[in-house]
Design a protein around this ligand. Structure first.
Ligand SMILES: [Zn+2]
Ligand SMILES: [Zn+2]
Length: 348
């Protein structure tokens, strides 16, 4: 088969590799029908995730069709259409039993396209297949489904649920990339009074408005804190989410929140950020971080399938898998291309 292989920092190629095979009794092999590229893949290619070894097939998000199952797989059959989650779960360890699949101690967690070969390929081996996939309901398209592999549950769990968004809240979201936009979509489920989105790119702020932000701030020429002060009588946001992964945007999120408020960090960070304890110790803040667990994926699938959540506008560009190189360039140059999520489908 063909796959997108990481060849060390800055190098990748779409090339022939051996087909995956069942290695454990709980494995399934899935033919990839649709796959996407994540900001995390760009971090890997920059060399920010050193545990990814050269030769690794990237990708941790896919929709596909089961082509083989190991003898211990109980709930999947050949021909089933499934979402392959970014998180695999052994189902039996202490964390899995609490629904914290992201912290799995039994060989799961974020392993696809990280510690084992991933989904940017014509086929993928999915470990612990019963617990690491979700059946796609009839009537839901690959396009609607693919964003439920990672970004929707990430923004919902690590941003909205961890941040404790409540009806009437003023929610500030720093960063209007795909994760920030997914945070808007899922925060809206809780009827906040305002969703304020901060970014440095007007194109991304336009997208934020389309996804449901009522106030957008370009922080290159406007003070986010001043805008939020106007909305809150000088108090600050109830919940501030960091959706970029840079020291400056984390520090900004901390500055935007009111006393007693919540800072929910969603971004993937590669460098230390300064925590101004000398200013915030007195403010009763809660700061949370996290890797997605994907315990909310069934809920989100239900919302999409019942038309309560419209994920389709997340996909801005479509390619076939033999155009992987172009897809990476378009996604990597999102400021220029306006790409949110790119969808690649099997080349026939
Ligand atoms: Zn991802
Ligand atoms: Zn586990």
């Amino acid at each position: 088969m063909k796959a997108l292989v990481y060849d060390g920092p800055g190098r990748r190629s779409w090339r022939d590799v051996p087909d995956p095979v069942i290695e454990q009794a709980t494995d399934a092999i899935v033919r990839v029908d649709a796959v996407t590229i994540c900001g995390t893949d760009l971090h890997i290619l920059k060399g920010d995730v050193p545990e990814v070894e050269p030769g690794r097939i990237l990708g941790h998000e896919a929709v596909g069709t089961v082509t083989a199952v190991g003898p211990a797989v109980q709930t999947l059959s050949v021909g089933d259409r499934v979402l392959v989650s970014c998180i695999s779960a052994c189902g039996a360890c202490r964390y899995c039993r609490q629904g914290h699949f992201g912290q799995c101690l039994g060989g799961g967690g974020w392993i696809l396209g990280h510690l084992i070969d991933g989904t940017q390929a014509e086929q993928v081996r999915v470990p612990f297949a019963d617990n690491s996939t979700h059946k796609v309901p009839a009537g839901v398209s690959d396009e609607q489904m693919i964003v439920l592999a990672d970004i929707l549950p990430t923004s919902y769990e690590v941003g909205v649920l961890a941040g404790g968004v409540r009806p009437g809240d003023v929610v500030a979201i720093v960063g209007a990339g795909p994760i920030g936009l997914a945070a808007i979509l899922t925060a809206r489920l809780y009827s906040p009074s305002h969703i304020v989105v901060i970014d440095v790119a007007d194109a991304r702020l336009d997208a934020a408005r389309k996804f449901g932000a009522d106030t957008v701030v370009n922080s290159t020429h406007q003070s986010p804190r001043a805008v939020i002060d106007d909305l809150t009588g000088g108090l600050g946001a109830d919940v501030a989410m960091e959706a970029v992964g840079l020291p400056g945007t984390f520090e900004e999120a901390v500055e935007l929140v009111r006393p007693g408020g919540h800072v929910a960090n969603i971004g993937v960070h590669g460098a230390p950020a300064t925590l101004h304890l000398e200013k915030i110790w007195i403010k009763n803040l809660t700061i949370t971080t996290g890797l997605v667990d994907t315990h909310s994926t069934p809920t989100l699938i239900g919302l999409v399938s019942n038309h309560q959540l419209d994920t389709a506008p997340m996909i801005t560009h479509r390619f076939s898998m033999d155009e992987f190189d172009t897809a990476y360039r378009v996604f990597g140059d999102a400021a220029e291309s306006g790409a949110l999520k790119v969808l690649l489908t099997a080349s026939t």
